[in-house]
Design a protein around this ligand. Structure first.
Ligand SMILES: [Zn+2]
Length: 484
């Protein structure tokens, strides 16, 4: 059977990908700085091998053979997904793939240094190179608008027009809600917890919560990187990272976020190794999982009640006089800030909308890379009423552009919208949803996600789970959180 031959062939692909991921994880967490050139060479070498593996003659003839086979419905679906992936990869010349991979590794390294030193000038030429490479890439895809080609690499159900429609509706709803919450004041006037927060203690509570959410310590690691991320080495080897500062405990929510990603990867069906059925539906659905654990669970009233004693034990000084209800408000404190990953939910999507609009200006317009910081700052001033005073808290804060992940940002907000619908559906189906969180029993929630999403890989679509993606579930979720 051809489909079996393909699955065997893709197992090899999966192993090679695993080695690539491990080298990448090491580069971001452990590698000595001086090794960056060598590492960029090795990463791009393997990326080239990966590309050749799934665009070469041998693989093409295996795919062609499928057309003459009598396939069962699930196999038919798999064949369709395989062909979709093939067409995306096959249009890209090997030279482009290798060059982009090399440039990305170097840019990532330069970005981390630039962010540390608040040095936009040294990063700008690397960003410019990546933008030019991605502009070239959009030409291979022949999309109507260049930016659409990049969006589709992260979620093929979307293009910039559809996203603009959803984001406009969301923006209107968010502004109305924000005005009400600000007027009512109780989520605005609450004080922050006062540190310092010892890093060992932050690490301990992060690891505890990761294990409680169901990420088994024997199949995962939590390390430190400049920008938090999660990476799947193999289903039984999930790596997540966070970053610690002693002034706050934002590391906890960023860990919950990455655990959401890692749980998805860990619960994908291992019997479909190397195939699209062992991959997430889309990056929007991936972000719906991380945002779900971070916000729907981790920033809920019930979670504050559950985690309160542990917080008191871990941070006795900071938690003095803070009861469960206050802790809930601290976790949801709603004042705008400059950093996306630390943003309260009420403002978070504005950060994403800003990046979406800038990416649109880069790829559909023709903005010069040197004008980007000014554009960034202007948009922050107009959307959030704040103007960054440094590059590090402005345009250099996120690693996505240094990774050439243009078109990724919208998936955060799409993920939020999906997580809003998931929260509605789950609460309808699981009447004791809130009670489960209150007692720290997360297994039924994790199983629900496995059964309904994770175990299906790409054999289902987002609409099979939540129907048409819409704004109203998410707004009503936020309204309930901030106004009751
Ligand atoms: Zn994420």
């Amino acid at each position: 059977m051809s489909i079996d031959k393909i699955r065997k062939y893709l197992e090899e692909y999966s192993q090679l990908k695993s080695i690539h991921s491990l080298l990448y994880w090491d580069m971001e967490t452990m590698m000595p700085k001086g090794a960056i050139e060598d590492r960029a060479k090795r990463l791009s070498y393997i990326q080239g091998k990966l590309h050749s593996h799934i665009t070469g003659k041998k693989y093409k003839s295996l795919l062609d053979d499928l057309k003459n086979q009598k396939l069962k419905p699930l196999e038919k679906k798999l064949a369709k997904e395989l062909l979709y992936d093939y067409e995306i990869q096959a249009v890209l010349p090997l030279k482009h793939v290798v060059e982009l991979s090399h440039a990305t590794a170097i840019a990532n390294h330069e970005w981390a240094e630039a962010r540390k030193n608040n040095d936009w000038k040294s990063f700008a030429p690397h960003l410019e190179k990546l933008i030019n490479l991605k502009k070239t890439e959009t030409k291979f895809y022949k999309a109507k608008k260049p930016y659409d080609a990049l969006i589709k690499l992260h979620d093929r159900e979307f293009d910039s027009a559809r996203i603009t429609g959803l984001f406009d509706e969301l923006k209107t709803g968010l502004i109305k809600l924000r005005n009400k919450v600000e007027k009512e004041g109780s989520f605005v006037r609450v004080k922050d917890l006062k540190g310092p927060f010892a890093i060992d203690a932050q690490k301990a509570i992060s690891e505890k919560v990761a294990a409680l959410f169901g990420l088994p310590p024997e199949f995962s690691r939590l390390d430190i990187s400049t920008h938090p991320f999660s990476i799947n080495i193999s289903p039984k080897d999930q790596r997540i990272t966070t970053r610690y500062v002693t002034e706050n405990i934002d590391s906890l929510s960023s860990t919950m976020h990455e655990v959401g990603h890692a749980l998805y990867e860990h619960q994908l069906p291992s019997e479909w190794e190397g195939t699209p059925f062992q991959e997430a539906i889309s990056l929007s659905v991936h972000e719906s999982q991380s945002r779900f654990w971070e916000n729907v669970v981790g920033r809920s009233r019930e979670f504050s009640e559950f985690i309160h004693p542990e917080m008191v034990k871990t941070f006795p000084h900071a938690m003095k006089g803070i009861d469960e209800a206050t802790l809930y408000k601290v976790f949801n404190k709603s004042v705008p800030g400059l950093i996306r990953v630390e943003s309260p939910e009420l403002y978070y999507n504005l950060h994403v909308i800003i990046r979406f609009e800038i990416e649109e200006a880069i790829f559909n317009g023709n903005i010069d890379v040197h004008d980007l910081p000014e554009l960034w700052n202007d948009k922050y001033e107009s959307y959030l009423g704040l103007r960054p005073k440094s590059y590090a808290e402005g345009i250099l804060q996120d690693s996505h552009w240094a990774s050439a992940a243009f078109g990724y940002f919208p998936t955060y907000t799409l993920g939020n919208l999906i997580s809003g619908s998931l929260s509605r559906i789950m609460k309808e189906e699981m009447k004791n949803f809130d009670a489960l969180i209150r007692k720290g029993d997360f297994a039924p929630i994790r199983s629900w996600l496995k059964e309904n999403i994770h175990q299906h890989g790409r054999s289902i679509s987002a609409s099979d789970v939540v129907g048409k993606i819409q704004v109203k579930d998410y707004l009503s979720y936020l309204d309930k959180k901030f106004r009751s």
